[in-house]
Design a protein around this ligand. Structure first.
Ligand SMILES: Cc1cc2nc3c(=O)[nH]c(=O)nc-3n(C[C@H](O)[C@H](O)[C@H](O)COP(=O)(O)OP(=O)(O)OC[C@H]3O[C@@H](n4cnc5c(N)ncnc54)[C@H](O)[C@@H]3O)c2cc1C
Length: 362
């Protein structure tokens, strides 16, 4: 089958690889240039690693094992510790590069910004069109273009994104800013009731990812200009423990990234005609549960399996096959969505807040 994927990040690339492995004629269309993979890093669980290895990826040397979780309540000084089974951190650029290396070079197209579709008949699309005038025909179109997906807006709209209630300011520091005994520990410093927390995730490549999680209603400065936000963070950091200050100040605040976190209710179906949404375009998740990357890779594997079945059974039609994708994915995603919202409410103080159940998030 000829399959065009709009968006070449984790969902787009892992799906391209899975479909290429089944012999489909795949192309990926990404608006960024090939060198700008951007981002910092992510926590992966054992299940996600197993899925990545089923795609043929061997990431072991690029992974940092994260074996412990430590939550510090700044107000009371209380610390809760627990073991983390099978968690690993990886730089985003490393994961993206590994996926790209496995995909046929000619399938990857950069500097192509999708703008609209040209229809075929009924709900079906004939071709995708790009801002540089290029057009591509395909049998199946996959929207992997992220949280604010244009493919979704045009072809499979469904529920709106929820308002942004929490933002994350993310940065990366060198591992030597972290004491040796903390280099396999995911730490979270929590200011109960203040609407702000600080997370530290040791990552491979001698890096540490850190982030402030912020209630943007309590701290509107977090949504101001970069300059305003950095000034506020510099001043705010003076009230935080030494280790937090050391890590955040060892990397330049100008190099941080601001995430406006949002999600949306699940739609009835993730597809319309021959267009299917995958990854964050289909089901953006709040960052509290760390399930964004894993869910994208799970989409890739499940879709690949369903298309294998579809190709081998002459009586099945594409609509049923894509409908089955929604039927399999929705109950699992519903769980992540509920969990993320529950954890966000606790963070915002809208539900009882207990450090022992504090979100593991990155
Ligand atoms: C630059 C960047 C950095 C990130 N960094 C981190 C991180 O450090 N830690 C973390 O946990 N998560 C990070 N994420 C989010 C994480 O990748 C996703 O939540 C998750 O992996 C799901 O991925 P996705 O492929 O569905 O969406 P995304 O990763 O958001 O990818 C969507 C892709 O579609 C492309 N795109 C959008 N519109 C168009 C268009 N019109 N035409 C063509 N292409 C288009 C975007 O450029 C992007 O590459 C980052 C995402 C991005 C885009």
């Amino acid at each position: 089958m000829k399959i065009a994927i709009i968006g070449g990040s984790i969902a787009g690339l892992s799906t391209a690889l899975r479909l290429q492995n089944s012999g489909h004629e795949v192309s990926v269309w990404e608006r960024r240039n090939p060198t700008s993979s951007g981002g910092f890093g992510m926590l992966l669980d054992q299940k996600t690693l197993t899925l990545l290895s089923s795609l043929g990826l061997r990431l072991d040397p690029q992974l940092q094992k994260v074996t412990k979780y430590e939550a510090h309540d700044i107000h009371s000084g209380r610390v809760v510790r627990r073991g983390l089974d099978g968690s690993f951190a990886i730089q985003r650029s490393t994961l993206i590069d590994h996926l790209k290396n496995e995909i046929k070079h000619h399938s990857l197209n950069y500097d192509f910004e999708f703008t609209h579709f040209e229809p075929n008949s009924g709900n079906n699309v004939q071709r995708a069109c790009f801002s540089n005038g290029h057009k591509i025909d395909a049998d199946l179109f996959l929207g992997a273009d992220g949280v604010r997906s244009s493919v979704r807006n045009l072809q499979v709209p469904g529920p709106d994104l929820t308002p942004v209630k929490t933002v994350e300011v993310v940065g990366m520091a060198d591992m030597n800013s972290l004491p040796a005994k903390s280099r396999n520990t995911f730490k979270k410093y929590i200011h109960q009731g203040k609407g702000i927390a600080f997370g530290i995730v040791p990552c491979a490549g001698d890096k540490v990812i850190w982030y402030f999680q912020i209630d943007n209603n309590k701290w509107p400065q977090s949504l101001g200009s970069n300059h305003q936000r950095n000034q506020w963070l510099s001043e705010e950091l003076s009230h935080w423990p030494h280790q937090v200050r050391r890590i955040a100040m060892s990397s330049r605040l100008e190099n941080t990234h601001l995430w406006r976190t949002t999600d949306r209710d699940l739609p009835l179906q993730f597809h319309r005609g021959n267009t299917l949404l995958i990854g964050d375009a289909a089901h953006p998740l709040l960052t509290f549960t760390s399930q964004g990357v894993g869910s994208s890779i799970e989409d890739a594997v499940i879709l690949g399996d369903l298309l294998d079945e579809y190709e081998s059974s002459p009586h099945q039609n594409l609509d049923d096959c894509l409908g089955e994708f929604s039927a399999i994915r929705k109950p699992i995603l519903e769980g992540h969505l509920k969990n993320g919202r529950d954890l966000q409410q606790r963070f915002l103080g809208q539900r009882p807040h207990c450090i022992d159940t504090y979100p593991v998030s990155a």
